[in-house]
Design a protein around this ligand. Structure first.
Ligand SMILES: Cc1cc2nc3c(=O)[nH]c(=O)nc-3n(C[C@H](O)[C@H](O)[C@H](O)COP(=O)(O)OP(=O)(O)OC[C@H]3O[C@@H](n4cnc5c(N)ncnc54)[C@H](O)[C@@H]3O)c2cc1C
Length: 832
């Protein structure tokens, strides 16, 4: 059965278009922004641009509005997401639809029926309870129902085997076309132009930083271009000369004939999220709509979305989703007896982690993306608002790194993207456990010591494309994560790694750090304009420094070392390499100044712990005593005959050195360290241990404690901002906020936890139940024998020794605000 039969109008429309009837005449030759793509997302971006006051904006659509994935979507909407900021955006979106309808008069087909979330397993119950606790923090209604209450709301469900049910009263569905047209209308009413049947066929950069956007109807000079071309995101990106890691896949749902029990009901049924059953279900008319992400997903148009694909659907293949549908029938027995009225098999386009590819393209000027959107109806408002903020205000108000297109580099090849897209599709409703590392598409990039680390029992994770050791299994243990919400199988090996490092010495692979060389005339001045601290003036000195964002928050944190005159090494978060590039572009430089990444060419180890000096001293003739080589100093030196740049810095809080060497020397250095350190108890230490060690010391990390969302005075980095120097990125914004009291404070907490530690994202309540903060990082502190968390707490509550409740696994766990870090609070070990 095909719904193509239901759409005779589509054919007439295409013929009319071919005859040129709909060809539009461009109203403007210039626009501040041209949005390419009139799907749900492009229209939302246009709408939000006009809401921020940019009305000289144009949207160009190849066909009719909604001509990509939008028109055939099931259009279910949900609020909660595992990521707090994405939850905020989804709530915003859900509320927006009603406002949009009121504002424009265009019906959005909103059915706020509520959504029932069912848990069949203990882990799913944990997931729902975690989300319920977060909802309480956000002030959103997401609460548990008894089975009897749930049964009263949805009499057709067989609740046998259901452990827990939650209700999201705002959940439901919308009309895809109505919502898209409402955004379009709202934008038009504020002055935006929308041209349908106007395909963009070229985008050419202009010397003034803008773009010539070429269509068969003429060219528009745009200050800014936005790629919101949905299914054609890849093709539109290619017009500007870059690639997006996206892959198209088929997705199916069916709609039943009338079900008499539903026809007889007065109230509409709530939608059902039975994720253990791997299907979604809601009422459609007097029948039901059931959709599924099957395990055996199908790619579509792998080589590129056909340019003439319009309001078409793909041939049905219900056999592929049969298992899922049977599970739905078991849960809702009336479904089994219902006839199928229509089947929708439509394409949707996936990024490697199923999250958006969002934000300015770092290598281009004034070119933004908003692609790879899977739950578009849950996210369109938030995406549109934040992209509009980015364009108009220079930066979105929320940290969006999990959506930032810069999280992928050229390493995200087509093979990788395909493998990940298939994996994401097949596991759409699977629980994504904390610390989850997906195997699909790996390895992509390995360092020379990969095989050696593997032989040593390393369990690897993916770090900006690199295989990176997370923990090392002991004898007889398999280096495989066994996932769950409670402490996992790597808890004991990580404890052993941490104890070895704190009591003797450990080697941590830090090759995944981002490393930049800045060399040539004006190197110091360029850095001075980039970062907020004074750049070291003495050769061999290092400094820590924040880089401020457009709103004055923490856009980056770096260690900068002066290697020589006009020659610096800058080290920062490896996952942010392409993100950093955006900021580097903002500071002008001459052609003679070299700013280049050494991240791929160099590898590195952090040798740390009380015996690190003794170990390294065996391998070098340099004097490593504090008198000769103090904290925050660096030196080029030979270690085991290998040229290394050695920095005496520490992210573990312990005595230690970072050694950075040519990647070709990595294996020889690793071998030499283990040979020399055997009798000292040297141990390979992975990044899960590093998390525990830094949390013991109260050190923040970029993406967790440091983000553009946080003000320097909230995270204690204001002391590193030097206003006595000339202009630097974010200076004016920081001046405007520096005297404002911090909204929240970054604090360390000791937690009463026995089976599960905080992970990050958990809400923090006062002991009276008032939401006052959230955890940013959590770990068990093995050397201080305490479960720990770093988190943000409203300033008025951030009082030492104050007690709180952290909702771990959704249940309160008492926590105490620590007046100082538990490990080495005075820094004596660090400087020993
Ligand atoms: C079967 C199915 C069910 C779904 N169900 C849900 C659901 O229940 N809930 C949910 O939230 N999401 C759902 N989705 C996903 C949702 O449809 C998408 O997230 C959303 O439609 C993406 O919108 P978009 O604007 O990014 O892309 P698209 O809808 O693909 O729009 C892109 C637009 O760009 C235009 N365009 C492309 N190239 C050019 C060019 N060169 N010049 C000018 N214009 C161009 C296209 O014609 C098109 O109109 C579903 C998807 C499918 C396939």
């Amino acid at each position: 059965m095909s719904v193509l039969d239901d759409r005779p109008a589509a054919h007439d429309r295409i013929v009319a278009k071919q005859n040129g009837i709909f060809r539009s005449i461009l109203m403007r030759s210039h626009a501040r922004v041209v949005v390419i793509g009139g799907g749900l997302v492009g229209c939302s971006i246009l709408y939000h641009l006009t809401k921020l006051g940019w009305t000289d904006v144009v949207l160009l659509e190849r066909d009719e509005l909604t001509s990509g994935s939008t028109w055939h979507a099931a259009a279910n909407i949900h609020g909660l997401h595992d990521n707090n900021n994405i939850s905020k955006l989804q709530y915003y979106t859900m509320q927006l639809y009603q406002q949009l309808e009121d504002e424009t008069g265009q019906g959005c087909g909103i059915f706020r029926t509520g959504s029932l979330y069912l848990a069949q397993t203990r882990d799913r119950e944990h997931q729902l309870r975690i989300q319920a606790a977060k909802a309480r923090y956000f002030g959103v209604d997401f609460h548990e129902l008894s089975i009897a209450e749930a049964q009263a709301l949805h009499p057709l469900i067989d609740f046998d085997g259901i452990r827990c049910v939650m209700l999201e009263p705002d959940g439901g569905s919308v009309d895809p076309s109505g919502v898209t047209h409402a955004y379009a209308q709202g934008a038009r009413e504020r002055g935006a132009d929308i041209h349908r049947f106007t395909p963009v066929i070229e985008t050419n950069p202009r010397a003034d930083g803008g773009w010539d956007v070429v269509t068969p109807s003429g060219t528009i000079q745009a200050d800014v271009v936005v790629n919101a071309a949905g299914l054609w995101g890849r093709e539109v990106a290619k017009l500007a000369g870059f690639e997006l890691p996206l892959m198209t896949m088929e997705h199916q749902y069916l709609v039943t004939e009338e079900i008499p029990e539903i026809a007889a009901m007065e109230e509409r049924l709530p939608s059902v999220a039975d994720r253990d059953g791997e299907y979604y279900l809601r009422q459609e008319g007097t029948g039901l709509l059931v959709g599924a992400y099957e395990r055996d997903g199908r790619f579509w148009a792998e080589a590129g979305t056909p340019l003439d694909f319009g309001h078409e659907l793909l041939p049905d293949d219900l056999d592929r989703i049969e298992e899922n549908i049977l599970r739905a029938c078991a849960r809702i027995p009336t479904l089994a007896a219902a006839g199928v009225k229509r089947v929708i098999n439509g394409p949707m386009i996936w990024s490697p982690d199923s999250s958006a590819l969002f934000g300015p393209v770092p290598e281009l000027q004034n070119y933004y993306c908003c692609n790879g959107i899977i739950p578009g109806f849950s996210q369109s408002g938030g995406l549109g608002m934040l992209l509009a903020q980015w364009i108009v205000e220079g930066e979105p108000e929320l940290d969006l790194f999990p959506w930032d297109m810069a999280r992928y580099g050229a390493w995200a090849t087509k093979t990788f993207t395909k493998a990940r897209a298939l994996d994401c599709y097949a596991h759409r409703f699977k629980i994504h456990f904390p610390y989850e590392e997906r195997d699909a598409g790996r390895p992509v990039r390995t360092r020379p010591v990969y095989e050696r680390q593997k032989a040593m029992g390393a369990a690897f994770g993916l770090s900006y494309g690199w295989e990176h050791p997370l923990w090392f299994a002991g004898n007889g243990e398999a280096p495989i994560d066994e996932y769950g919400y409670e402490r996992q199988n790597w808890f004991a090996p990580v404890a052993a790694e941490c104890q070895a490092l704190r009591s003797s010495v450990g080697v941590i692979d830090i090759s995944n750090y981002a490393k930049y060389e800045i060399k040539g005339p004006g190197a110091a001045q360029w850095l001075d304009r980039l970062v907020a601290n004074h750049v070291p003036s003495e050769i061999g000195r290092s400094c820590l420094t924040p880089m401020l964002g457009v709103r004055g928050g923490i856009a980056g944190d770096f260690t900068i070392t002066k290697l020589d005159d006009e020659h610096f090494l800058m080290i920062g978060s490896g996952i942010a390499e392409r993100y950093h590039a955006r900021f580097f572009r903002m500071v002008p430089r001459t052609d003679s100044l070299i700013v280049r990444s050494l991240s791929d060419a160099w590898a590195g180890f952090n040798v740390a712990g009380p015996k690190s000096r003794a170990l390294l001293q065996r391998l070098t003739n340099e004097d490593l005593s504090t008198a000769s080589f103090p904290f925050m100093r660096s030196r080029r030196m030979r270690v085991a005959g290998i040229d290394a740049t050695a920095l005496r810095v520490s992210f573990t809080g312990d005595l230690g050195w970072e050694l950075h060497v040519d990647q070709g020397d990595q294996q020889a250095l690793y071998d030499a360290l283990f040979e020399a350190g055997a009798d000292l108890g040297l141990r390979a230490v992975g990044s899960r241990s590093l998390l525990s060690l830094r949390v013991e010391k109260g050190y923040g990390s970029w993406g967790r404690e440091y983000s553009p969302e946080y003000w320097p005075q909230e995270v204690g980095l204001d002391r590193l901002i030097k206003l006595d120097k000339s202009d630097f990125l974010g200076r004016a914004a920081y001046l405007a906020l520096k005297d404002r009291p911090p909204r929240e404070k970054l604090v360390s907490l000791a937690v009463d936890a026995t089976t599960a530690d905080a992970l990050g994202g958990e809400p923090i309540f006062t002991t009276d139940g008032e939401p006052v903060g959230r955890v940013s990082s959590g770990a068990y502190g093995h050397s201080v024998d305490t479960s720990l968390a770093l988190g943000f707490i409203k300033t008025e509550h951030a009082v030492p020794e104050q007690e709180f409740d952290i909702a771990i696994l959704g249940r309160p766990h008492r926590a105490r605000l620590l007046p100082e870090p538990l490990f080495d609070p005075k820094g004596t070990v660090l400087r020993a």
